[in-house]
Write a protein that binds this ligand. Structure first.
Ligand code: ATP
Ligand code: MG
Length: 363
């Protein structure tokens, strides 16, 4: 069987710094577990613009379509702010998402016990939290037509259209149910069927896909506003939440803050199943290129490392190994190893990016 293939796009700012720690772990899998990844590295974002005059070269795009998974660091930086919109670093990432048709965005909110004090909520509300928000990423109000600012009579009117087709809802619902089967078999779907037609259709289609294809999964429905409230009140009642693009944008940011630092949060964006049955996939930390700390060896590599763990689980069928990586992160945090972003006001001595990577590797 061919080796699992991975395209690494480290990008800009702290991207290459945190990715260096993932590469150590990939090396460990080759040396200690006999799992060799065929790794290709390429450019995305500002560094690609510097070399090719475009934030994503066509050759890179073609490679991304061929591999089992893409692992991305971060893109952007203040030196690129002056660029034309069409070649901004972020456009490279948007092109990847669009051409790979990554419609299902998984944002886990996982609270490691050792960091529970970091949450904005009480410790008992968040300790041990482990949920995933599945956000529809390619449709809905961000894309629906008509959109624009028009003139009506003697005033302007701004218009966006919330629009979902049945197939768009069904495919993201499937992605959530598949995820649930790999976790705790529980999905809560959120919309506003009380006031929105697209919400009524959303609820119907999610229920139909469930009844036909995933009757073994426990499904509930909640209005998204009530869901936001419950997410803050008692988040551990949830396991997988599936919702549309707009509500998912808000709910996943809110859920992120339940767990503490931006430097901890991984994500996956999944598309249609490929020939091997696994979805097209791009994994990346939620954080950006962090220009304020880039080049200083301060960045927390955990978000990127946990993104790789998600790749192991969802693209390579290596769930046990994914858990092994996550447990190593948990152990290191429990041992008190902290990068600067994980230190409270009482201070202490933070470790560097590579020291954190080494500690996780050792664990
Ligand atoms: P983008 O627009 O690319 O999403 P952003 O403006 O949201 O970027 P980030 O680059 O994510 O911002 O950085 C926000 C803050 O969080 C910065 O102060 C940055 O230093 C910090 N930060 C982000 N990622 C990390 C990390 N991995 N480790 C430590 N600090 C981080
Ligand atoms: Mg941001």
């Amino acid at each position: 069987m061919a080796n699992p293939s991975l395209l690494i796009l480290a990008g800009d700012g702290i991207g290459p710094e945190v990715m260096a720690e993932v590469k150590k772990i990939i090396g460990w899998f080759g040396a200690k577990r006999g799992v060799t990844f065929d790794v290709t590295e390429d450019l995305v974002g500002g560094c690609a613009y510097d070399k090719h005059g475009t934030p994503l070269h066509d050759d890179t795009m073609a490679k991304a379509q061929e591999v089992d998974a893409v692992l991305l660091g971060a893109v952007g930086g203040p030196q690129y702010d002056i660029l034309d919109f069409s070649v901004k670093p972020e456009r490279g990432l948007l092109r990847l998402r669009k051409e790979m048709d990554l419609y299902s965005n998984l944002r886990p909110a996982q609270c490691f016990d050792a960091l529970a004090d970091f949450s904005s909520l009480k410790k008992e509300v968040v300790a041990g939290l482990d949920i995933v928000i599945v956000r529809e990423l390619t449709s809905g109000v961000y894309f629906g037509e008509p959109r624009g600012i028009f003139t009506e009579g003697n005033e302007r009117v701004g218009i966006n259209t919330q629009r979902y087709t049945e197939s768009e809802i069904a495919r993201v619902a499937r992605s959530a149910f598949e995820l649930a089967r790999r976790r705790n078999n529980k999905v809560c779907s959120m919309e506003k069927a009380n006031v929105m037609e697209s919400g009524i259709l959303w609820r119907q289609v999610v229920q139909e896909v469930h009844d036909k294809e995933y009757p073994d999964v426990q499904l509930s429905h909640m209005y998204a506003d009530a869901g936001a409230m419950q997410l803050c009140r008692w988040p551990k009642q949830f396991d997988v939440i599936v919702t549309d693009n707009l509500f998912g944008d808000l709910l996943s940011d809110a859920a992120a803050m339940l767990t503490g630092s931006l430097g901890m949060l991984p994500s996956a964006s999944l598309g249609a199943p490929m020939a091997n049955g696994r979805p097209k996939a791009l994994y990346e930390p939620v954080h950006g290129s962090a220009p304020d700390i880039a080049g200083q060896g301060k960045a927390n590599p955990i978000a990127c490392i946990l993104s790789f763990a998600m790749a192991l689980r969802y693209s390579f069928d290596m769930g046990d190994d994914a858990t092994r990586v996550e447990k190593a992160v948990e152990k290191v945090l429990a041992d008190g190893v902290r990068t600067a972003d994980l230190m409270g006001p009482e201070g202490g001595k933070p470790v560097s990016t590579s020291q954190m990577g080494d500690a996780i590797l050792a664990a």
